[in-house]
Ligand binder design. Sequence first.
Ligand SMILES: [Zn+2]
Length: 216
Amino acid sequence: MEPKSKVCGIDLGLEHFATVTNDFGSQKVEHLKYLRREEERLKKLQKSFSKKQKGSKNSDKARLRLARQHAYVSNSRNDFLHKLSKAIIDENQVVVVEDINVKGLLKTRLAKSIADSGWSKFLTYLKYKAEWYGRTFIQVDRFFPSSKLCHRCSHKNEDLALHDRTWCCPACGETHDRDVNASINLYYVGLGRPEVKPVERALVTNRSHHASKQEA
Ligand SMILES: [Zn+2]
């Protein structure tokens, strides 16, 4: 089936699992709330198991409960990641994602919760589904500053901090939602490929095109 949208850019985050921009606009994908709850329960079971005396009956019971909950959480998360990646691949011809290994967040103590949120699994699913269905999967260069670039005027905001959820571009005055702006920048990368290189130049070309359309 022909996808409805040519390109889509995906920013992965903590507040929302993903922010997706394609030909039809931007959309935020929530984390599964019930999954968060079940993960809390998993942590409690882990604690309870570690406190039990090894080899005791109670310890055996706790181990079973823990294993069951572990399987439940991991199946639910997998199901979510499969459905979301399939929906994105169905709808878009070119899928652009960032290099999550260098995302600033990973250097912080939030690293654990990110690892748990299934980002890398999600990218793996996207990648092989893209191959199955004849889509193009692009992971941007680790140096591409998807969050810091203003998608409107391409000014690079070096002062952008991790906790800045919104910011105002000092060059053009546009106010950005951090995640939406990042996903739009990734979307532009997809639009510019593969004719124009390097990536930065493609962005500038597409931006001015967009700007003139907006003014008209
Ligand atoms: Zn700007």
